[in-house]
Design a protein around this ligand. Structure first.
Ligand code: ZN
Length: 133
């Protein structure tokens, strides 16, 4: 008997990029890694997705509770780069100090955790200046 029907659907494909950045999640109250996810709907025929629909959405989600937020293009790009830094740290190719420094850089760049007067690289300090020797 010939099967004359066509199966199509609108599946949502989600790709995970692995642990990206350690952050405190105020949704589940855990200190955890957040992971990058890209999600996009595809038009599929006979279960074979062949046509991407619309723009992919990019997210940074808590590994524990999957809460998170959508990222814009530049945030995504920066965090995707940082995923390889996290991987290097997990593989033992980066010391904790190096990793924390890299983390500070990316967190400051993306979310600005430091006072604005530090942004131009000339911290204003009236305290004593440390000199070596
Ligand atoms: Zn969470």
């Amino acid at each position: 008997m010939a099967l004359g029907f066509i199966i199509f659907g609108w599946p949502k494909r989600t790709k995970s990029y692995g642990p990206t950045i350690p952050e405190y999640c105020d949704h589940c109250d855990n200190e955890s890694y957040f992971s990058l996810f890209k999600s996009r709907r595809w038009f599929s025929l006979f279960f074979i997705p062949f046509l991407p629909l619309g723009f992919a959405k990019r997210y940074l989600l808590c590994n524990v509770c999957q809460a998170g937020f959508e990222l814009d293009q530049s945030e995504w790009k920066r965090l995707k780069e940082f995923t390889s830094v996290t991987k290097a740290f997990h593989d033992g190719n980066l010391s904790e100090d190096e990793y924390l420094e890299a983390y500070d850089n990316v967190a400051t760049e993306l979310w600005g955790e430091f006072p604005s007067e530090l942004e131009d690289g000339t911290p204003q300090s009236d305290g004593p200046t440390e000199t070596m020797g």
